[in-house]
Ligand binder design. Sequence first.
Ligand SMILES: Cc1ncc(COP(=O)(O)O)c(C=O)c1O
Length: 446
Amino acid sequence: MLRPESLRARSPHGIASEIARLAADGTLAPGERLPTVRAIAAALGVSAGTVSAAWRALADAGVIVSRGRAGSFVRSDRSEWLSPRVHELAAPAGPVRLDLSLGTPDPAMLPSLHAAFARVAPRADTGRYNDVPVLPELHALLAETWPVAGVEALTVVDGALDGVARTLEQVVRFGDRVAVESPGFPYFFDLVDALGAEAVPLELDRDGVTPASLSRALTRAPAAVLLQPRAQNPTGVSMSPDRARALARVLLGSSGGRRVTVIEDDHSALVSSAPDVTLARLLPAQVVHVRSFSKSHGPDLRIAALGGPARIVERVVARRMLGPGWTSRLLQTVLVDLLTDASSVARVRSARLIYRDRLDRLASALRRLGVDVGEPDGINLWMPVRDERAAIVRLAASGIAVAAGRPFLTADGAPAPHVRVTGGLVSENTRLVAEALADAAAAPPL
Ligand SMILES: Cc1ncc(COP(=O)(O)O)c(C=O)c1O
């Protein structure tokens, strides 16, 4: 319950900051109704305009919602179907002019599905429930382009996250540990928690996960090591081939390392500019590699390929037969079409070049303004900021949404604050966007 007389600030910015802090630390409960503007103005001895300005800033930052005559409320629209860190990722409500918070591809750059759908079977029939789960022509295409020759088993799953989750389910037991990049993908942390496992953080530098942090993680005997070989989310780092060899050697050099399952999530595959990279070249018997088509061909296709040792891949396939069964052959047919039709192939190739160009231009504009975001690959960049919340609020005020950095970190330590920016969506006014980002990066704590 907010007692207006307990507020110390008198300026719009100060009042907004105090209330944001009270909402963040739980003093103000989600859904709680705030006193009226007039009551607060009277209690503080300021004008109603001052309080209204504070309210507008709070609403823009998604801290409160205004429901007209009913009043203003601490925002409480928890989307219950979202896991904890994923929920934290949700962008604040408010008018957004440029949404760089999503981590999703530019819809304008996805290949059109029209022609592909015209070529699928007219009815959603299937021969038998126990037919081979992957269309032979798709299997052949995947085998030809897989980053390691002679992969033992290949299948198709419902997106990279499905592939990662199903592989983890096969190799991780309650109480096990999973080594995972931090900063890393919030869904992975929630997934590891949901399996009753413990996340062991891996550190990254500009070439990928560091061998030293992998060695350290191996001393804790993880059951699995989860890596993003390219366009790491959120940092945009792609692993160099030398680094892949170094990591494989670390694994080979430790008895625990030779037993661990390595899962590689190549989520941005065909829109990454870096060459294909995998530890499977040196460790074919223990690497499961996942290649998603979400970023290149559309997240709603829900298709990824998964390949690796038969002892793991076949268990994943068998388990799926007791659930979804297989990835719809309609969608597999569409994917085959998109991977072979010349204009779709050209479109995906040009998308990769355009993302490369957009990220390069944004990253160099930021560098000129004194903000170092490295040389990100894919669609995201990881921007250091002085204060995460202040940066988000500052950007919200100019209609730009970015993702909070905190959900991308494991619980340990007190890492430097960052926000994740889906720079691959910045198609124009790059300099102005960079200026707004750099200004937010320097914003002092609220
Ligand atoms: C690291 C990572 N893995 C998986 C995914 C989701 O991929 P998919 O749509 O193939 O499940 C994303 C999406 O951004 C991602 O960043």
